[in-house]
Design a protein around this ligand. Structure first.
Ligand SMILES: Nc1ncnc2c1ncn2[C@@H]1O[C@H](COP(=O)(O)OP(=O)(O)OP(=O)(O)O)[C@@H](O)[C@H]1O
Length: 319
């Protein structure tokens, strides 16, 4: 069963006589062990949707169910959610990581003893034991982010909402946070990840939902989405390609366009190279679409065209 079920959410804001339909008929599901990347341009409706999931904004229509409970009717549903929504601002900066963890643990219903035990275990797991008594304001940004994630996990929620978990982190801290996100999901949690860093989303997510102008324009497994928008896997360019070789390549299943060969299946790479031998190859590159290509395609097209037709991706799909 899905840990998070969001069905047909609608939300309009009315301010100064103007109505903004921020979220229109949004449905999402996330199962245990899954990371769903929830992506969209500025103002697309992500925050509004997440706030409706976190029980902070009341939907005009639609339902949210977290581990079977509606946060708008059963506030205890929020015990099943951990959230890092505004960087590490969910922390008390003058308190230490241990104090933050214990404070939030007790706030979320743990006994002092259990909060202390879990705090210690989380600090160890996040490699922060040596900083357990340093004020949060004195920690590096990467460490602060790890503490923020640890605080969100103190009550062991099955659903974690993560907004921009790697924003502003250096390469090493980014790697650590990415590893932790995958580990947390593999323990059986569901993760809703929002980020504008599409390479991170591509790497971390099992599924992707893209929202534009308040509407979901695609929601499917990340790999399938990338495959759907990728013309081929490899592209080989030569200075010349005799007709007899061209015919052999097409018989193998390659797509030949003048002196360029598109290889749709990775298993065809070596047979193609054998046919080409000893012709000199000018370039051999991957031709897979990236999530960035797909995102731009789906969010820059007028809504009526933002459908799921695989097409040549603008800007070239060459990696
Ligand atoms: N409290 C509010 N009152 C009026 N309009 C709002 C309010 N909150 C959001 N909006 C509008 O609703 C739309 C969706 O905003 P939302 O913050 O959900 O988008 P977002 O995808 O999270 O954007 P970003 O990536 O910039 O954070 C925008 O047009 C925004 O201006």
């Amino acid at each position: 069963m899905s840990l998070l079920q969001v069905h047909h959410l609608h939300k309009a804001y009315r301010a100064q006589g103007k109505t903004t339909r921020a979220v229109k008929d949004v449905s999402l599901e996330i199962e245990a062990k899954q990371v769903l990347a929830f992506l969209g341009p500025n103002g697309a409706g992500k925050t509004t949707t997440i706030k409706m999931i976190a029980g902070l904004v009341l939907p005009d229509e639609g339902t949210v169910s977290i581990a079977g409970r509606d946060p708008h009717r059963q506030p205890q549903a929020l015990r099943s959610v951990g959230a890092v929504l505004e960087g590490s601002r969910n922390l008390y900066w003058r308190l230490t990581p241990s104090e933050n963890l214990e404070y939030f643990g007790v706030l979320r219903g743990l006994s002092r003893r259990v909060a202390r035990q879990r705090s210690r275990a989380l600090l160890e797991r996040f490699e922060l034991s040596h900083k357990s008594t340093t004020r949060v304001q004195k920690l590096s940004r990467g460490m602060q982010q790890k503490v923020a994630i640890a605080v969100a996990l103190i009550h062991e929620p099955p659903l974690l909402l993560l907004d921009e978990p790697t924003l502003g982190l250096d390469v090493e801290a980014t790697q650590t946070v990415k590893r932790l996100v995958r580990e947390i999901a593999s323990e059986g949690r569901a993760i809703l990840l929002t980020t504008h860093q599409l390479d991170i989303a591509e790497e971390l997510s099992d599924r992707v939902a893209i929202i534009n102008n308040g509407e979901i324009v695609t929601e499917q497994p990340t790999k399938a989405l990338i495959q759907q928008f990728s013309r081929a896997v490899y592209r080989v360019e030569l200075s010349e390609l005799p007709d007899d070789r061209s015919a052999k390549l097409m018989a193998l299943g390659a797509i030949v366009e003048g002196t360029v060969i598109h290889i749709p299946d990775p298993a065809l790479l070596y047979p193609v190279l054998e046919v080409l031998n000893p012709l000199p190859i000018i370039r051999l590159e991957t031709e897979r679409a990236t999530l960035t290509d797909i995102f731009l395609k789906l969010t820059q097209a007028p809504p009526a065209q933002a459908t799921l037709t695989p097409m040549n991706v603008p800007g070239g799909a060459h990696v």
